[in-house]
Design a protein around this ligand. Sequence first.
Ligand code: PLP
Length: 371
Amino acid sequence: MSWKLPLFKIYWDDDDLVNVDESIKSGMNWAVGAQVSEFEDLIAQSIEAKYAVTFNSGTSALHSLLLAHGIGKGDEVIVPSFTFISTANSPLFVGAKPVFADIEDETMGLDPDSVLEKINQNTRAILPVHYGGCPCHIRELKEIAEDHDLILIEDAAEAQGAKIKDKYVGTFGDSAILSFCQNKIITTGEGGAVVTDSQEIYEKLHLIRSHGRLETTNYFTSYEPFDYIDIGYNFRMSNITSALGIAQIKKLDKIVEMRRKNAEYLNKKLDNIKQIQTLNAPEDYFHVYQLYSVIAENRDDLMSHLAGAGIMSKVYFDPVHLTQFYRGLGYEENLPVTERVSQEIVTLPMFPTLQKSEMDLIVDEIRKFYG
Ligand SMILES: Cc1ncc(COP(=O)(O)O)c(C=O)c1O
């Protein structure tokens, strides 16, 4: 479907073209090359973590990260149901069990009280999500993880650049993932990364990402023999993709600023419509608005009205535990906040180049709908 106003547009410029062009024209190293580690250095620097390891998606980053932490059969991982499905699937990838906890409706992240209720002797990790670019109550979750000796892995797929006070999301836990899929804060089309301060996790991830191969130099340009010391995958991000990532990450601060400015404008306008409740991050929480979501009365009819006006909106997220797949696995959860929020929430268009006239159009159509 072609929309007058899509949910997102990618922010790109000539630097993206130049980097990809140069990479292609080199005629070498399209898979593995110097741009991969250059992009990783920039990712680590941008959120003040020690290490970053790129992957070909946020999902493969999550899968690898659970393997690297040694999570597997018999282990339980506490996850939200109010998330993209790969958060919940990642424990299943490694033979562990996802256990759903409820969210709170301030940040839409895992509710620390609900997490506490789900902890038992099999719990190994907590895997919270920073929903739509808003930091979740990660400091409280960190305390719980420490008290119960649990691994804390942040799913920061949607929240690159978000922070609480001066500390970046992705650096509170033992490790975190980012996604560079096309609707994220910066994008390489598809792509992801792990960030961590742990050298051990960093080294394991290198093996998991590339066939369990012990690499001290570029496999493709070295004639030396290589040994394989573990089972691994090909989850590598290509060098061409990393070249694009380098140009993208240099725009990170600008992109975040533009998104925040647009969100501020929309918040101001929508706060005058009583049937709409905007989501305001707690004090000291720096929201990057990968998604611009609101709670709306009569949500489904509003979405149809907006679609009729050529404005795309979408439900992020329907609960994972209610999908056919998870119901088929036997999940029958009692997650009242998750279920209520997912009935009422709607994500509206948000991207850096969103114009005031376009935001006015969204607001006018919402006003028209409610009369
Ligand atoms: C919360 C969350 N986790 C994980 C992912 C997976 O990332 P990717 O699409 O790059 O595999 C996404 C992306 O949609 C996401 O929103």
